[in-house]
Design a protein around this ligand. Structure first.
Ligand code: DGJ
Length: 727
């Protein structure tokens, strides 16, 4: 049993194979947190709360000065009656009051897990997950709050979400509704978050939490490249291979907050959920609001193990569709080769060359529709530009298929250009607040996806194109953030809902299209990895990791992205040098090995390469086809971090443990260069492995503990690939 309830002590014990999560109902009312961490077989309340009268800690029961919500470790804290720490939810009632008081009413434990209405969420069979729902109520305003905990025993994951139901006869306004909160009764943590920008996604920030709050957020309408909806608490000594980590990741693609608050008594409150800024919900009587889900991972085995838990969980319990476990095609994308300047001949020349070198799919990027010669026109006009493609998409797709390749197509369906037929017909489709000017971003406006009719327009226009030609793959782009958020189709008191309604509209569109076109491989993109989140992965099993294709930058971006997401989800392409984003010149071999560490492809004009380079490209493609099963479906180990050193190292081990692929990257050449060692991870210490390049045999223990001496070379940005086979 994954969920135990001790009636006498009122204790819930949620158990996975390796972790325990324990809560207690105190005084028949208050849901308190006791323990989250390494598994304890039987919890006998060794950690019982010690009651103590603390200054400035008010008491709900005046006869007992030792009891205060301000010092109680809680599961879903409220505001207004004595807990002065950061709350998990808040609600404004008809009288304008924001005080709320939740009390335990009942609970139920069920096998399995129900889908979350309108939202992406993890799933599993009844044997793989058990669910605990705790019913809490504020009896003054008749608000019922269901706290849901899903325990995935084998995956070592707990997920949480919350539902609010208004049981009163008057409306309530939810002004904050986080998906989880937990009071960890220990301190001395570092907080790890991932921050960045366009072209510079997911840098690792690790800072110590001493007092007060560390909070990250997005207010941009998407999960954003600026901050990822991920936070981890790690012990000071935690590294890739050992140490406690408490990690949370949001299955949501819109505004969020994640925070860690250190209180005065050495507890840390860890929270995640939708951002309360512009994130209200007007809850009419009998209506329910469902929050998105948070995935919670604890391990004492360090950051690599944290990532393995996330990777395994997302592959088996979040990503959907026929491509999740399938090897993905090597693609060529014409964007950096042509930008908007192409015609049929140019595309076919590129495709022909791509097919000659063994590439498996040709992707036609931006610029094939309306009259789009630059980025300030035609979004919304999803019909073929006959000036560029006189024979149409179906013909082009057939020509590509004749070359033995699949055909993929770019869309940016959530947007509208002022210079478009759609805008002429439906200026009202723009997301905007009545009476305020529009704010343009990348020359474009955003469609109001809070409106069902606008969503249906998007579905129809994408559907019509997908039905018009043989299309095997879709790149779903999104190149600006939300401004002027409002929608006159909703009441004034509902304007705070629009950002979330936009995300719900987007999820409705993606659900409909991915259901209707199960054979199409969808890749999400937001100017690269600007919306690389677990919510998008539920619909689309791969994401263009960054517009930055510079090999050195990509080492970092892919390294940190792997904290939550497996390499198969990361679109990674070889592009030209000097690199278009950084101007850096790196060897083709290094560009290849970095891109091969993810979901591999090319994004350049192959016709401009020398014969020698083309031979190298052929070898890269041949190699990737050999190692792709291990890279895409195997286990990924980070060895050396490019954030900390002049090198980056990682290795992959296939699921059957037989194939090992390792990469070593050295960024700048150094004078008096030290000899670097590559110590592999995840091998069988007792097995023998053959080096596939020279046939030499090594023990797994030797490769892991002694390591390989990487040859010295006077060259910047150099790289090395090693392959071993278990014998
Ligand atoms: C941003 C994407 O990240 C690029 O790969 C490309 O598709 C452009 N948009 C096209 O406008």
């Amino acid at each position: 049993m994954a969920i135990l309830y001790d009636k006498n002590e009122n204790i819930f014990h949620l158990k996975t194979n390796a972790t325990s999560y324990v809560m207690q109902i105190i005084r028949d009312k208050y849901l308190s947190h006791l323990y989250w961490g390494r598994k304890v077989e039987n919890y006998n309340n060794s950690r019982a709360i010690i009651w103590k009268d603390r200054g400035f800690a008010p008491n709900p029961d005046y006869t007992d000065r030792t009891f205060s919500l301000d010092t109680l470790p809680q599961e879903y804290p409220q505001t207004g009656n004595g807990d002065f720490r950061i709350c998990a939810y808040s609600v404004r009632d008809e009288n304008g009051s924001r005080i709320s008081n939740l009390e335990y009413k009942s609970h139920k434990i069920i096998k399995g897990k129900n889908p979350l209405k309108g939202l992406p969420a993890s799933f599993a069979s009844e044997d793989e997950v058990q669910t605990l729902i705790i019913y809490m109520q504020d009896s003054v305003i008749n608000l019922v709050v269901e706290l849901e905990y899903n325990v995935f025993e084998k995956s070592n994951v707990i997920t949480r979400n919350v539902r609010f139901t208004n049981k009163s006869s008057s409306p309530l306004t939810l002004t904050k509704m986080l998906s989880m909160s937990v009071d960890i009764r220990e301190k001395e943590f570092d907080v790890i978050t991932l921050y960045g920008a366009h072209n510079n996604e997911r840098n690792i920030d690790r800072r110590s939490l001493k007092s007060g709050i560390i909070q990250i957020e997005s207010t941009r309408g998407t999960s954003s490249p600026q901050q990822s909806p991920f936070m981890a608490l790690a012990r000071k000594n935690t590294d890739e291979d050992q140490g406690d980590v408490y990690a949370i990741n949001f299955v949501y693609s819109g505004n969020f907050i994640a925070c860690a608050q250190a209180d005065a008594f050495e507890n840390v409150r860890l929270q995640m959920g939708m951002n309360p800024l512009n994130g209200e919900w007007y809850l009419k009587p009998d209506e329910t609001f469902q929050t998105p889900e948070v995935v919670m991972v604890y391990t004492y085995k360090g950051l690599n193990h944290m990532s393995h838990i996330f990777h395994d969980f997302y592959r088996n319990h979040l990503m959907r569709g026929k491509y999740v476990h399938k090897i993905r095609p090597i693609l060529i994308n014409n964007w950096e080769a042509t930008f908007f300047d192409f015609n049929e001949q140019k595309l076919l020349n590129l495709a022909k060359k791509a097919s000659d070198v063994g590439i498996e799919m040709f992707v036609l990027d931006d610029g094939w529709f309306g009259h789009r010669d630059s980025d300030d026109s035609s979004l919304g006009d999803w019909f073929v530009d006959k000036r560029k493609l006189p024979h149409g998409l179906s013909w082009l797709s057939d020509e590509i298929h004749k070359l033995g390749m699949k055909f993929g197509l770019w869309f940016e369906p959530e947007m509208i250009s002022e210079d478009s037929e759609l805008y002429k017909q439906h200026p009202d489709y723009v997301l905007h607040t009545e009476g305020r000017p529009y704010t343009i971003g990348r020359g474009q406006l955003v469609l109001d996806l809070s409106r069902k009719d606008v969503c249906d327009y998007v579905i129809k226009s994408v559907r019509d194109i997908l039905n018009s030609a043989k299309i095997d793959y879709v790149k779903w782009d999104m190149n600006r953030h939300l401004t002027d958020v409002g929608s006159s189709t909703y009441l004034p008191c509902q304007q705070g809902e629009i950002t979330h309604r936009y995300v719900l509209g987007l999820y409705y569109i993606m659900q409909t299209l991915t259901d209707e076109f199960p054979d199409i491989l969808f890749e999400s993109c937001s100017s690269g990895g600007g919306r690389f989140d677990a919510g998008m992965l539920y619909y689309m099993p791969q994401t263009w990791c960054s517009d930055n294709t510079d090999a050195v930058c990509r080492m970092k971006i892919q390294y940190a992205t792997s904290f939550m997401f497996p390499p198969i989800t990361m679109g990674a392409h070889v592009s030209v040098v000097p690199n278009q984003q950084t101007g850096r010149v790196t060897p083709l071999s290094t560009r290849g090995y970095v891109a091969m560490s993810g979901n591999f492809g090319y994004e350049l004009d192959l016709n401009t390469l020398t014969d020698e380079e083309i031979e190298q490209v052929k070898e890269q493609i041949y190699l990737y086809k050999e190692i792709r099963e291990t890279i895409q479906n195997g286990i990924f180990y980070r060895i050396k971090s490019p954030f900390e050193e002049n090198i980056a190292q990682w290795n992959f081990v296939s699921n059957d443990g037989k194939n090992v692929v390792a990469f070593h990257f050295e960024i700048l050449s150094q004078p008096a260069a030290p000899v670097k060692l590559l110590k592999l991870k995840g091998l069988d210490a007792n097995a023998q492995y053959k080096n596939l390049s020279d046939g030499k045999i090594y023990g797994g223990d030797e490769l892991m503990y002694s390591g390989i001496s990487v040859p010295l070379k006077k060259q910047d940005f150099r790289s090395q690939c090693y392959r071993f086979y278990k014998i």
